[in-house]
Design a protein around this ligand. Structure first.
Ligand code: ATP
Length: 868
C-alpha cells in the first residue's frame, strides 16, 4: 500500500499531476479509462434461476402442486398440464416482477445517490460520487459522506467518524500535516480520509488517492452495504394472513373431502372437489398485486417531489399523526434578505446604511469576513443567511472576495447548529482579530466590551438591556437576528472553543425569511387531517413563534418552548405537556430525539424532518424520517425514509395524502380479490353440501385468479382519490386491513357473486350436461368478478367517482372480456380449459346474471354511500 500519509502535500500533488484547481476534463477522462467508476461491486444478487425456483416455495403453490398431482392420478392429465403451465407462467411472472421491482427500487435509489463536491478546471462543482476519480480535489464539510480515500491537503478543524472502518465511534480530529512514520494503522492516519466514513465537523480539501474497490472499505467486502429491501409491515401482515389462510383452507378441504366420502363419492372425485376448493380459495396474485400497487405509488410520489427510500414509508405515511418540521427552508423560503443593522445603540434600516461611518463599515466588512458564501454570475453559493450578508455588502459596492483577499483568513471555527456561533481570524489594520457571529443569546453573556462611536467601552447592564430590546423588536416581527462581536488576540494561531469568550460587541443584523406561500395552506390541511404540525428550529423563540403564528402552527392554545426549558423537563413531564407545545426553539439535535420519543410514547406515528449531520439519530428514531434534497447533508439523506426534492413542507402533506390513498387502493384491491375468492369458496362448499357435482374445474379457478382477476386489481392501484383523504383522521398503525366492515363487505359482495354463479350453474345443469353447467358457472364467476372491479374502485358509486376517471379500470375490463371470450369461443383453448359449447341464450344468461352484483352494489352506493 502506498504510504500517502508520509508524503507532503506538494509531493502528493506532483505525484497525481494536479493542482488545487483540480483536474482538467481531459485528465479526468484519462483517469476514468485507467480506474473506472468509483463504485463498490455489490454482493452478487440472486440469479434468475434462484429467483424462479424460489417462487415455488410458497405454501399456497405447494397446495396447487398437490392439486396437479391429484388431477394426474385421477386421469385428468389435461388439467394437470394446465395447472403446471399456469404455475410455471406464474413463476415466470413472479421472477419478472421481482427484477422489475428491484430495478425500480434501484432507480429510486439512484435518484437519492450521494453527491460529491469537487474542484475541476478551477471550478467548484457537484457530481454523483460515482464519477470521482483518483487525483480529484474533493471538498468535505460537516454532514458529507467521504466517497473515496484521500490525503488531506487543506484542513479546517475536520473531524471524521470512521466507525464503519475502525469500529471507533468517537470522531477523529484530522490534520493536513505530513506524518513521518513507516507504518500506521488506519485509525492513526490522521491526514487521510477513508471512503464510507462521515464528516461530523469542520471542512477540508482532499486529494483523492483511491476509488471504488481500491479503497480501504472496498477491500473489506463483508462490510458492503446490504441494500436488500425489507418487507413492509403490510407485506408481512399479508404473508402471515396467507399462511393462516392456507391452514384454514386445508381444514375446510379435509371437511369437504370427508363430506363427499361420507356421501359415498369415489375417493378421487372427492379429492378433486377438495382440490377445486383449495384453488378457489387461494388468492395467488395477492402479494404481487400489493407490490405492484406500492411501486405505482412510489413512482407517483417521486413525480411529486417525494422520493421514497424505504418502501414501508408509503404505508407508514398514511398513519402519521404528528409532523415535526424544521422552520428554515421547509416552512420558510430560505431566501434571506437583510432588513436592519443595529450599531452604536441605533437602528439603521438596510437602505440607510452608510459606509462612511467607520462602525457600519466595520460591521459590514466583518459580516463578509466571517462568512463562507459568495455569489457568482448571479448565482448564490452557500448558506442563505450568509448570502444575505454578501448581498448587502455588494449593494454598497463592497465585493466580498476583495475584502477577503485584503484581510486573509488565518484560522477558523466553523458554524455548527449546536454552538450557534462561527469564528474566523484575520489581520485587520495591524491587529489580529477573531471575528465571531452567531445567536444573540449565545453571544450576550460572553461580552465584556462594546464598540461605540466613542471608542471601546466596558459593557454594562443598560447596554445589554438595549441589545436584548433591539433583538426582541426584530424577532417579534419574525426576523432572524445575528450578533457580531470580535476579540483581539496576541498573535495569529489556531483557534479553540475556549477562545470564543471576552468579546467586544459590534452590532446586530436582522434579516427576513418569509414563509413559503403554500405553508399556511398545508398547515391547515394537516390540522384538518388530524395531524399535529410542529415547528422545531434552531432559531430564536420569538422569531420562531412569529413565523409559526403567521402560518397557523401556533394558535392561542399552543406553547413555544426553548431547548433550555426542555433540558429542565424530565421525559415524563415532557410526555405530559407535549400535546400543547407547537414550537420548539433553540433546540439541538438531541432534543429532537426526546420530542419524537415523547410523542411515540403517547402512541403517535411521527414524521420528522432533518438536514444536519447530527439529525441522523432523530431521523432514524422517527417513524418516517424525512430529509431535505436541496439543503440536506448526505448523512441525513442516508438516515431518512423519504427525501423531499424541493425541501417543502407542503410536499410532506401531499406525501401523507398519497400515502393514505395508496393504502386505500391496496385495501380495495385486496377486497376485490378476496370477495371474488369468497364467491368461489361459497360455490364449492355449497355444491359439496347439497350434493351437486363440482361447479368448476381447478383450471377455471386458476384462470380467474391468476389472469382475469389481476387486471382490475392493478387498475384499482391507479385510482386517484376522489374524496379528500385528508378529511379523515389518521389510520391507527396497528389497524388490521381486515376490519369488521371490510369483512362484512367482502362476504356480502362474495355472496352476491356466488348467487349469480350458482344460478348460472343450475341453468346449465338443467340441460343434463354437467360440462355446460360448469362452463356457465365459470363464465359467470369470471365475468361478475370483472364487473366487480368497478365496485371496488372506492367507497362511492362509479358515477360519483367518475365513470371514466380511471381509464385503466376500463382497459382491465376490456382485456378481461377478451380473455374470457377467447377461452369460451376458440376451440383449441376450450379443450384445454374444459369448456363446453354454449348457446346464445346461455351466453345471454351469463351476462345477465354476472351483471347483477354490479347493479345491486352500485344501487346501494348511490342510495347510501354517496350520501355520507
Ligand atoms: P431550522 O432549519 O432547524 O429551522 P435554523 O436554520 O433556523 O433552524 P440553525 O441553522 O441551527 O437553525 O441556526 C440557529 C441559530 O444560529 C440562528 O438562529 C442564528 O442565530 C445562528 N446562525 C445561523 N446561521 C449562522 C451562521 N452561518 N453563522 C453564525 N450563526 C448562525
Amino acid at each position: 500500500m502506498d504510504k500517502y500519509f508520509s508524503k507532503s502535500t506538494e509531493e502528493m500533488l506532483t505525484k497525481f499531476n494536479v493542482t488545487k484547481n483540480g483536474l482538467t476534463d481531459a485528465s479526468v477522462e484519462e483517469q476514468r479509462q485507467k480506474y473506472g467508476f468509483n463504485e463498490l461491486v455489490e454482493k452478487e444478487t440472486d440469479g434468475v434461476v434462484k429467483v424462479f425456483f424460489s417462487q415455488f416455495k410458497d405454501l399456497l403453490v405447494v397446495i396447487l402442486l398437490i392439486a396437479a398431482a391429484i388431477s394426474a392420478i385421477s386421469g385428468n392429465l389435461e388439467s394437470t398440464l394446465v395447472i403446471a403451465a399456469v404455475l410455471i407462467l406464474n413463476a415466470i411472472l413472479g421472477t419478472v416482477q421481482h427484477f422489475k421491482a428491484e430495478q425500480s427500487l434501484n432507480s429510486l435509489r439512484a435518484l437519492s445517490s450521494p453527491k460529491a463536491k469537487i474542484i475541476r478546471n478551477g471550478h467548484k462543482q457537484e457530481v454523483p460520487s460515482k464519477e470521482v476519480v483518483p487525483g480529484d480535489i474533493l471538498l468535505l464539510e460537516a454532514g458529507d459522506f467521504v466517497v473515496a480515500d484521500g490525503r488531506i491537503i487543506e484542513n479546517f478543524s475536520l473531524q471524521i467518524n470512521e466507525s464503519s472502518l475502525t469500529g471507533e465511534s468517537e470522531a477523529v480530529l484530522k490534520t493536513a500535516e505530513t506524518i513521518n512514520e513507516a507504518e500506521l494503522a488506519l485509525g492513526d492516519q490522521k491526514n487521510m480520509v477513508f471512503s464510507g466514513s462521515l464528516v461530523t465537523y469542520g471542512r477540508a480539501m482532499v486529494l483523492v488517492t483511491s476509488i471504488g474497490m481500491e479503497t480501504e472499505i472496498g477491500k473489506i467486502a463483508s462490510l458492503l452495504h446490504n441494500t436488500k429491501e425489507k418487507k413492509t409491515p403490510l407485506q408481512i401482515n399479508l404473508d402471515n394472513f396467507s399462511k393462516k389462510l392456507a391452514i384454514g383452507i386445508m381444514i375446510i378441504c379435509v371437511v369437504v373431502f370427508a363430506l363427499n366420502m361420507f356421501r359415498g363419492a369415489k375417493p378421487l372425485d372427492a379429492l378433486m372437489f377438495a382440490v377445486a376448493l383449495a384453488v378457489a380459495a387461494i388468492p395467488e396474485a395477492l402479494s404481487s398485486i400489493v407490490t405492484i400497487v406500492l411501486a405505482l405509488g412510489t413512482q407517483k410520489m417521486a413525480n411529486e417531489n417525494a422520493i421514497i427510500r424505504q418502501l414501508k414509508a408509503v404505508e407508514g405515511l398514511g398513519c402519521v399523526s404528528v409532523i415535526c418540521s424544521d422552520k428554515t427552508g421547509t416552512l420558510t423560503q430560505n431566501k434571506m434578505t437583510v432588513k436592519n443593522l443595529y450599531v452604536d445603540s441605533t437602528n439603521i434600516p438596510e437602505d440607510k446604511i452608510n459606509l462612511s461611518s467607520p462602525i457600519q463599515d466595520l460591521l459590514i466588512k466583518m459580516s463578509v469576513l466571517c462568512n463562507d458564501s459568495t455569489s457568482k454570475d448571479g448565482k448564490e453559493i452557500g448558506d442563505p443567511t450568509e448570502v444575505a450578508l454578501v448581498n448587502v455588502a455588494r449593494k454598497y459596492s463592497l465585493n466580498e472576495l476583495e475584502v477577503r483577499s485584503t484581510y486573509k483568513r488565518l484560522a477558523e471555527i466553523p458554524f455548527d447548529s449546536d454552538r450557534k456561533l462561527m469564528s474566523t481570524l484575520h489581520n485587520i489594520n495591524g491587529e489580529v482579530l477573531m471575528v465571531t457571529k452567531g445567536a444573540v443569546d449565545v453571544l450576550l453573556p460572553r461580552l465584556t466590551h462594546i464598540h461605540t462611536s466613542n471608542g471601546l467601552l466596558e459593557i454594562n447592564d443598560q447596554y445589554k438591556k438595549d441589545i436584548e430590546e433591539a433583538n426582541k423588536n426584530f424577532s417579534s416581527n419574525g426576523l432572524r437576528v445575528l450578533a457580531f462581536a470580535y476579540r483581539k488576540l496576541d498573535a495569529a494561531r489556531e483557534l479553540s472553543l475556549e477562545d470564543e469568550n471576552n468579546f467586544v460587541f459590534l452590532g446586530l443584523i436582522s434579516m427576513i425569511d418569509p414563509p413559503r406561500e403554500e405553508s399556511a395552506e398545508a398547515v391547515k390541511a394537516c390540522i384538518k387531517a388530524g395531524i399535529k404540525p410542529i415547528m422545531i428550529t434552531g432559531d430564536h423563540k420569538i422569531t420562531a413563534s412569529a413565523i409559526a403564528k403567521q402560518i397557523g402552527i401556533l394558535d392561542e392554545n399552543g406553547r413555544s418552548v426553548e431547548g433550555l426549558e426542555l433540558d429542565k423537563m424530565s421525559d415524563e413531564e415532557l410526555k405530559q405537556q407535549i400535546s400543547n407545545i407547537s414550537v420548539y426553539a433553540r433546540v439541538s439535535p438531541e432534543h429532537k430525539i426526546r420530542i419524537v420519543k415523547a410523542w411515540q410514547d403517547r402512541g403517535n406515528i411521527v414524521a420528522m424532518t432533518g438536514d444536519g449531520v447530527n439529525d441522523a439519530p432523530a431521523l432514524k428514531q422517527a417513524n418516517i424520517g424525512i430529509s431535505m434534497g436541496i439543503t440536506g447533508t448526505e448523512v441525513a439523506k442516508d438516515a431518512s425514509a423519504l427525501i423531499l426534492t424541493d425541501d417543502n413542507f407542503a410536499t410532506i402533506v401531499k406525501a401523507v395524502s398519497n400515502g393514505r390513498n395508496i393504502y386505500t387502493n391496496i385495501k380495495n384491491s385486496i377486497k376485490f380479490l378476496l370477495s371474488g375468492n369468497t364467491a368461489g369458496i361459497f360455490a364449492v362448499v355449497y355444491a359439496a353440501l347439497v350434493g351437486l357435482p363440482m361447479p368448476f374445474a381447478a383450471v377455471h379457478l386458476l384462470f380467474i385468479n391468476l389472469l382475469t382477476d389481476s387486471l382490475p386489481a392493478i387498475a384499482i392501484g391507479f385510482e386517484s382519490s376522489l374524496k379528500d383523504v385528508l378529511k379523515d383522521k389518521p389510520r391507527k398503525s396497528d389497524e388490521s386491513i381486515m376490519t369488521k366492515s371490510f369483512l362484512q363487505e367482502m362476504f356480502i359482495e362474495g355472496f352476491l357473486i356466488f348467487f349469480g354463479t350458482m344460478a348460472a350453474f343450475y341453468i346449465g345443469y338443467k340441460t343434463g350436461d354437467t360440462a355446460i353447467a360448469s362452463t356457465m358457472a365459470f363464465a359467470t364467476l369470471c365475468l361478475s368478478r370483472l364487473f366487480h372491479g368497478f365496485n371496488c374502485r372506492g367507497d362511492e358509486s362509479v358515477f360519483r367517482l367518475g365513470l371514466f376517471s380511471n381509464k385503466y379500470s376500463w382497459y382491465a375490463f376490456g382485456l378481461g372480456l377478451v380473455f374470457l371470450n377467447s377461452v369460451l369461443l376458440i376451440p383449441g383453448l376450450s379443450g384445454l380449459f374444459q369448456i363446453a359449447k354454449l348457446t346464445v341464450t346461455q351466453f345471454a344468461s351469463i351476462y345477465g346474471l354476472a351483471v347483477i352484483p354490479l347493479i345491486v352494489i352500485q344501487t346501494y352506493k348511490v342510495l347510501v354511500a354517496d350520501r355520507k
